[in-house]
Design a protein around this ligand. Structure first.
Ligand code: SAM
Length: 375
């Protein structure tokens, strides 16, 4: 796996963080290289104001800082932000401003350089953010795998920002160029909501939240089997998304504190919104943007609920689920338990049994199993 991105005389050391043993994926892709080549060709002067969106691991941010541009990098993913910070440090580059996907972008920009997000709702939100930037028109260029650029994607650019065209494909990557014609005075509310009538839940979702248009079918099954007991004191909803499991378990266990954890800033904001909207007293909950349970104290929770992710950025992976299970074991009190839901084929039962020495299936249907393991 290559860990040096060489652009003429500039060599950037880039890795995906958190570092994993036997990592096989490099920290940049052909779309990053294509974007860099394009911006390099523009010969922008030092101190040009560059807004970078969705930089996966820091390649774009590191390169732009090395050109002495004034760089603001916006991400919804805390893991991407941590990766950008580590790679900047590794390359002795300083001075980028890192913002989250919900921060207000109230500054002037000369160019927007972005990776196309996987989620169209997030894309629309980001196009609206660009449309709301000061009325000087920055150049806007997005990079993506060519197979992810559909005519429907380009229509979103046309609708929310202005005239759009694409480059030729190069190493299976493509650039999208957009002229900003639309100027928004204010940003629309990008939250959407849906009801789960059986449980009297109304769940609101910021643009980049997992299953933001309807309840995930695994979460739906999990709702039926959430533990409740007077003895439960601290519940962690690990990978909380919109906080559906946190809200319902807080309702079922009124004596317990609940911590909702996710690496997406929009998920954390949505979970906080939903806990408040369902009348959970703020003294009873905490919503925390975090990588799994990094920095959580040992023996500090008695129940962990988890509907784990199986993607990081565009890559399918089960290493995050495994990290979540290992972290849960450390953070659970003796006799504390983890309740996990997953697709049958993911083999969580065997994984939890290996880690905890016990695991039992507490419910299942044709697609999913719910497994409980105790410390
Ligand atoms: C399958 S979704 C479950 C969401 C919600 N709990 C539900 O049941 O609908 C998994 C969640 O894990 C989050 N996630 C992914 N990687 C993470 C990490 N390293 N640390 C914390 N959360 C993570 C994702 O952002 C996503 O919201």
């Amino acid at each position: 796996m290559k860990t040096t991105l060489q652009i003429e005389s500039l060599a950037l050391a880039l890795r995906r963080y958190p570092i994993q043993k036997n990592e096989t994926l490099q920290a940049w892709d052909a779309a990053d290289e294509y974007l860099i080549e394009h911006v390099k060709g523009l010969a922008l002067p030092p101190q040009s104001r560059v807004l970078i969106l969705n930089d996966g691991f820091g390649a774009l941010t590191c390169w732009a800082l090395a050109q002495q541009f004034k760089v603001t990098a916006v991400n919804d993913s805390l893991l991407s932000q941590q990766s950008i910070e580590k790679n900047l440090e590794e390359n002795d580059l300083h001075g980028a401003t890192l913002l989250t996907s919900l921060d207000v972008l109230s500054f002037d920009v000369d160019i927007v350089v972005a990776k196309l997000p996987k989620n169209n709702r997030l894309l629309v939100w980001q196009l609206q953010q660009i449309a709301q930037l000061s009325d000087k028109s920055p150049s806007v260029v997005f990079g993506a795998k060519a197979k992810d650029v559909h005519s429907s994607t380009l229509k979103l650019f046309e609708k929310h920002l202005g005239e759009t065209h694409t480059s030729l494909a190069k190493k299976k990557a493509r650039l999208i160029f957009c002229e900003k014609h639309i100027q928004l005075d204010a940003l629309p509310n990008e939250m959407t909501s849906f009801d789960v009538p059986e449980y009297q839940l109304t769940l609101s979702n910021h643009a980049n939240v997992f299953s933001s248009e309807s309840l995930d079918i695994a979460a739906y099954l999990m709702l039926k089997h959430l533990p409740h007991s007077d003895e439960i004191k601290h519940i962690i909803d690990l990978g909380c998304g919109n906080g559906v499991l946190a809200v319902q378990s807080a309702k079922l266990n009124p004596q317990a504190k609940v911590t909702a954890v996710d690496e997406s800033h929009m998920a954390i904001a949505s979970a906080r919104h939903n806990l408040v909207a369902h009348g959970i007293d703020p003294s009873r909950f905490e919503c925390r943007a975090n990588n799994c349970l990094d920095e959580f104290a040992e023996n500090s929770a008695d129940l962990v609920l988890c509907n784990p992710p199986f993607h990081q950025q565009h890559a399918v992976t089960d290493h995050i689920a495994w990290q979540m299970f290992c972290d849960a074991k450390r953070v659970l009190e003796p006799k504390g338990r983890i309740v996990v839901i997953g697709n049958r084929h993911l083999g969580y039962h065997a994984k939890l049994k290996r880690l905890f020495g016990n695991a039992q299936i507490i419910a299942s249907n044709s697609k999913f199993v719910i497994v409980e393991a105790s410390k």
